[in-house]
Unconditional design. Sequence first.
Length: 165
Amino acid sequence: MSAADQNDGAILFTEEEEGEVVKSWNLMKKDAGEWGLKFFLKIFEIAPSAKKLFPFLRDSTVPVEQNPKLKPHAKSVFVMTCEAALQLRKAGKVVIRDSSLKKLGAVHLKYGVVDEHFEVTKYALLETIKEAVGEMWSPEMKKAWSVAYDHLVAAIKTQMNELIN
């Protein structure tokens, strides 16, 4: 993160970026379970081996999209990601509800999540939001979600690194 991205430790997320995130989230949130599932299915389409990172998928005998634990998990991750993006401007930092960054860092470390996984996830997230918002999608919206996601990942990686060191 560059010095331009922070101000005395607080994250700078512009009013315009916040507006793009709010506008798109308002459109998606009523169907967050469906969008969350599409988000994860995109991840697995891009990187099929990512399924191995999820204990509930490893030993499953049903097709991934029918796994009863995937949709609730996918919805919670999608909602957490979107809500964290909404908090950036107000809180000036990544805020996670119903979990802690320490826990997220520990889980990602335990299951062997690496930079490439975060990149695939970012691409899948942006593609899912693009599909969800249709004609509302714009370069500005893409940038806003990219900035928000990058801040969330940086916060998770910080926790992962603290556990290693």
